[in-house]
Design a protein around this ligand. Structure first.
Ligand code: C2E
Ligand code: CA
Ligand code: CA
Length: 750
């Protein structure tokens, strides 16, 4: 048997599986990330666009407010100008009378009063107040010929000292000199109300400030208190505003409009628009503000919908990914279940046993291969059905026997495998004897004679692979089969005779090679659809000088263990090339012949070069030779793909042999370094029962999907052929068409 590839193989498989998993996870992650980024990016873009529109909206409102303020003030200014005509040339004597005529306008325009000031500052008002207002800025500016509209002042004329705003203009005499100052006075409250423009459903508010930030008028809200400084008193209250103050001051310095966010302390959007109210009057700035939440509330539903839709998309995609993963898992589980369930007994099959063994907790134990003597008697005497029932019963017996840390499986026909624990050999033998007694009782119940259980046992310690231990247990079992008085054998206690025979084979190998005792037999392969021969498999036989024929099963395992197989495989390869070349020279039509390569051969360096040189030596095209390898032969050899690709690159096709035995797995299908899948006889044997057919269906379909050519081995009856035709399996190799035959016989068939 080849080296310790059990663990290597598992590691390799695990790595493969992890790679596939990682790739899948990576793809899902990338797609997912892409979607999230797209959704987030779009949301961000839209949110930004909406904020921009929001500011635009605010600016529009601010400009409208500014315009309204300007219009109102300007209207009043025109009124003031119109009325001033009547006051030109007024004297202290007639001023009160002249003012009286204006009283009607006071009520109509919601004013507190009109007032008229002489150059010395003495002012007369429509409400009969007289006082000197020479100290007032508006008076001084008026005398300089400038119009003014003031911020909030405390009334100096009347005793209520209420808050007022004053608008003044100069009155010129005929020669164009300022002769007096005329003005109108508002109660600040009325002034503000008159200026108010409703914005944002009454939730927006405004104030007018001068260049120093002094609040001159305030409309719609008392959050920006009058007579305070917007910069120093209001905005400075919240540290977040320092940048905003600079910003507004900057805009004011440039005489431009500006916008931003301020904290009062509630987050507030504002827009600051300059207005020139009167010719010669100082510039005011109208600050229109709206609490951020008012505007944000307008965008919130849209953004919410957006985020909701994003979330929905993500969820839908997640569901999609989940469904895909779930379905593929489901399918894999079905396949795995079928793959691990024994078709006949419903218990563990051989792959399941191997899988259990790989995962076992207790390393050491006894590997016991079991079969029944004369099992065919049951089939013959009581019918196939009774035979099956007996096997099912036998499985139940074994299943009962197996404790925790122990495993059993049905390998096929009457062959079972167990991994058992026992403190010493005698106690193990005791357990086996109990099983045998139950088997006997069972046979008796079926009234069948001569049925006995036999066991081949190998003690597995942790240094060895499961496969190796398995084949040693098998060797011991086969050995018991030939012995009349033994019902069990331990591999390491096997008969001396047997060992001697193997030793003889080993010693005779060189001689046999020289004497060309190894014969090549051919077993034809047939097209499933046309029934024509499409190729053959070369199988070696050992014809000793006495004429006896030794089957490969007797010496191949031995040669695989001692490495002689490398030379034998090359010999077979050479012989087949030689034969194909000869047929070609004779002008015959030839078909591809496959030869078997053992694991040891694959490990031999330069194998591809050596084989290529043999092809060249016979000038044979590579397409006439194919190579069969088993999965167990290639597992664990990490650069095996490279090697197989090298073979393929020189034109030799690779056939995956014995697919479907315990040593192969579905993951092999993914390796993509072979051209043909050869389905093992054990898979074909299951045709006729539902689970077996389902497994075959999956395997063939998967193989086809991967673009593999599919050959069925060990086809023995018409029913199997029919089903394989139905599944469109490509080729058939089996006793139904032809057994392996010596060269001359095969030549006739061609
Ligand atoms: P294998 O490669 O799986 O070859 C197929 C085996 O199945 C052959 O047994 C063949 O006779 C048998 N077979 C084909 N059709 C049927 C069928 O319908 N029913 C049954 N019951 N059996 C069928 P064979 O010739 O005894 O070879 C046994 C094994 O020996 C081969 O299994 C292969 O692993 C090995 N072997 C044979 N020749 C060589 C060789 O040149 N090199 C190496 N490395 N191994 C070889
Ligand atoms: Ca083969
Ligand atoms: Ca095979």
């Amino acid at each position: 048997m080849p080296g310790t590839y059990g663990k290597e193989r598992k590691r390799y498989m695990d790595k493969q599986l992890i790679n596939v998993k990682m790739k899948k996870i990576l793809i899902v992650l990338v797609v997912f990330l892409g979607i999230i980024l797209t959704v987030l990016g779009n949301s961000y873009r839209i949110a930004k666009e909406m904020t921009k529109q929001l500011y635009q909206n605010l600016e529009d409102v601010a400009n409208q407010n500014a315009l309204a303020l300007h219009n109102t003030v300007h209207g009043n200014y025109l009124l003031l100008e119109g009325l001033s005509d009547n006051l030109r040339g007024a004297t202290p004597e007639d001023i009160e009378e002249r003012l009286d005529t204006l009283n009607g306008f006071v009520g109509e325009y919601g004013l507190k009063r009109f007032a008229f000031c002489f150059p010395d500052g003495t002012c007369y008002s429509t409400d009969q107040e007289v006082s000197n207002l020479a100290f007032r800025e508006f008076f001084k500016r008026g005398m300089e010929g400038k119009g003014t509209i003031t911020g909030v002042l405390f009334d100096a004329l009347s005793d209520d000292h209420g808050m007022i705003n004053v608008m003044t203009i100069p009155i010129y005499d005929e020669s164009g000199n300022v002769e007096s100052v005329f003005g109108m006075t508002y109660n600040t409250k009325d002034f503000n109300e008159a200026l108010q423009v409703e914005s944002f459903d009454g939730q927006g508010y405004s104030c007018a400030i001068n260049t120093d930030g002094q609040i001159i008028a305030n409309f719609g809200n008392d959050r920006l208190e009058l007579s305070k400084n917007l910069f120093d008193d209001i905005l400075a209250r919240d540290p977040n505003n320092s940048r905003i103050i600079e910003n507004i001051k900057g805009h004011i310095g440039e005489g431009e409009q500006g916008a931003g966010t301020m904290y009062l302390p509630e987050k507030t959007y504002f827009c600051c628009v300059p207005i020139q109210l009167l010719m010669g009057a100082e510039t005011w700035y109208l600050v229109t503000a709206v609490p951020a939440k008012v505007l944000d509330e307008r965008t919130a539903p849209i953004l919410d919908t957006l985020y909701l839709m994003g979330a929905l998309v993500v969820i839908l995609i997640l569901i999609g990914v989940w469904v895909v993963i779930y379905l593929s898992k489901e399918q894999r589980n079905i396949v795995l279940k079928i793959a691990y369930e024994d078709v006949l007994t419903g218990g563990a099959n051989f792959p399941k046993f191997l899988s259990d063994m790989q995962k076992r907790r207790i390393e050491k134990g006894y590997m016991v291969a079991m079969d029944l003597t004369n099992f065919n008697n049951i089939n013959i005497a009581a019918g196939k059905n009774a035979g099956d029932q007996a096997l099912i019963r036998l499985w139940d017996i074994l299943d009962m026997e197996v404790q925790s840390g122990e495993y059993a499986g049905h390998v096929g026909e009457d062959l079972f495998i167990m991994f058992l624990q026992a403190p010493e050999r005698e106690l193990l033998v005791e357990r086996l004897r109990r099983i045998s007694e139950e088997v006997n009782a069972n046979a008796k119940a079926l009234q069948i004679q001569g049925i006995h259980a036999r066991y081949g046992i190998y003690y597995l310690d942790k240094k060895e692979s499961v496969e190796e231990a398995y084949s040693k247990a098998q060797i011991a079992r086969k050995y018991v089969k030939t012995s009349k008085d033994q019902w069990f054998a331990f591999y390491d206690e096997m008969d001396h005779e047997k060992r001697k025979q193997l030793q003889r084979y080993e010693e005779r190998f060189e001689e046999a090679m020289d004497a060309e005792e190894f014969e090549i037999w051919f077993q034809p392969k047939y097209s499933t659809s046309t029934g024509e021969i499409v190729g053959s498999e070369a199988l070696v036989r050992w014809r000793e000088q006495d004429g006896s024929l030794i089957p490969p099963g007797s010496f191949i395992p031995l040669f695989e263990q001692n490495g002689m197989i490398v030379r034998l495989d090359e010999y077979v390869f050479r012989q087949v090339c030689k034969q194909q070349a000869k047929w070609l020279r004779e002008g015959r039509k030839i078909l591809p012949a496959s030869i078997n390569l053992s694991r040891a051969s694959l490990y031999y360096s330069d194998i591809v070069d050596r084989y290529r040189m043999i092809l060249e030596e016979f000038r044979l095209e590579a397409k006439y030779i194919q190579i069969e390898v088993t999965e167990s032969a290639i597992e664990g050899k990490t650069d095996i793909r490279v090697l197989l690709e090298e073979f393929r690159s020189i034109g030799i096709q690779i056939l995956m042999d014995d697919f479907g035995t315990g040593f192969s797995s579905l993951a092999t299908l993914n390796m993509r370094c072979f051209d043909t899948l050869k389905l093992d006889k054990s898979l074909i044997d299951h045709i006729g029962d539902k689970n077996g057919e389902t497994l075959l269906y999956y395997v063939i379909n998967m193989g086809r999907q991967l673009g593999l050519h599919i050959t069925a081995e060990g086809v023995e009856n018409q029913m199997q052929l029919n089903y394989l035709q139905e599944l469109q399996c490509d080729d058939i190799q089996g006793y139904l068409f032809a057994k392996p035959m010596p060269l001359d016989e095969f030549e006739k068939k061609l």
